[in-house]
Design a protein around this ligand. Structure first.
Ligand code: GRF
Length: 209
């Protein structure tokens, strides 16, 4: 019997990566189900995608709470009540609080639209990443999927895929080509995580293919 993993998606905005993952779940290609979508925004487009298929959504923002502890507890209480096994960050712009990182070791992943450690860290999000890539003159950018630790974009890397930067690229054209790769790669990683095929062993990420 296949045991489905319970997935929480954290997303701040559009939710196209969430939609790509949901599509593979609906096709039965991923042994998981998205049990909740959490955002730091009140009405992000990603909530419409979730609501359309009856997935519960929650707006949890640090500003709603008096202390960092209360904020972390609010997140933990949703994650625990939905029996979450895996947390997938898909365009989530806030840091994951330490108690949440500690409670879900090697079970939180993020996608970044560049080849980390380059063009990553605080302030490198959305179109800013692609603008910086083009301004730097590098020939390649890409996609990185990594485990999440307590800082921005520094967790152990699971996989990376290169995307060429073309001479006439604008940040928008580059973002669109990078996004195509994201939509293919992220569902593959989530599928492998749901099958326990990606592990962190002896300081290294191992993906059993
Ligand atoms: C993606 O480019 C992802 O790499 C980054 O934020 C963007 C989110 O896009 N972390 P979407 O909300 O999944 O459409």
């Amino acid at each position: 019997m296949v045991v489905l993993k319970n997935i929480a998606v954290f997303a701040s905005g559009r939710g196209s990566n969430f939609a790509a993952i949901l599509d593979k779940i609906q096709k039965g290609e991923i042994a998981g189900r998205v049990v909740c979508v959490i955002s730091d925004n009140e009405h992000p487009p990603v909530f419409d995608i979730a609501n359309a298929v009856g997935i519960p959504t929650f707006c949890i923002n640090r500003k709603q709470f008096a202390t960092p502890e209360e904020y972390a507890n609010a997140l933990l209480s949703i994650l625990e009540s939905h029996k979450v096994d895996l947390i997938v960050l898909a365009g989530f712009l806030k840091l994951i609080p330490t108690p949440v990182v500690r409670k879900y070791p090697w079970a939180i992943v993020n996608i970044h639209p560049a080849l980390l450690p380059n063009f990553g860290g605080k302030g490198f999000y959305g179109m800013k990443v692609h603008e910086a890539v083009i301004a730097s003159g590098v020939k390649f950018t890409g996609v990185t999927i990594h485990f999440v630790d307590e800082k921005y974009d520094t967790g152990a890397i699971i996989c990376q895929e290169k995307v060429a930067v073309l001479p006439d690229d604008t940040p928008e054209s580059l973002a669109a080509r990078v996004l195509e790769v994201e939509h293919r790669l992220y569902p593959e990683v989530v599928k492998a995580l749901c099958e326990d095929k990606i592990k962190y062993v002896n300081g290294k990420v191992v993906w059993e293919k």
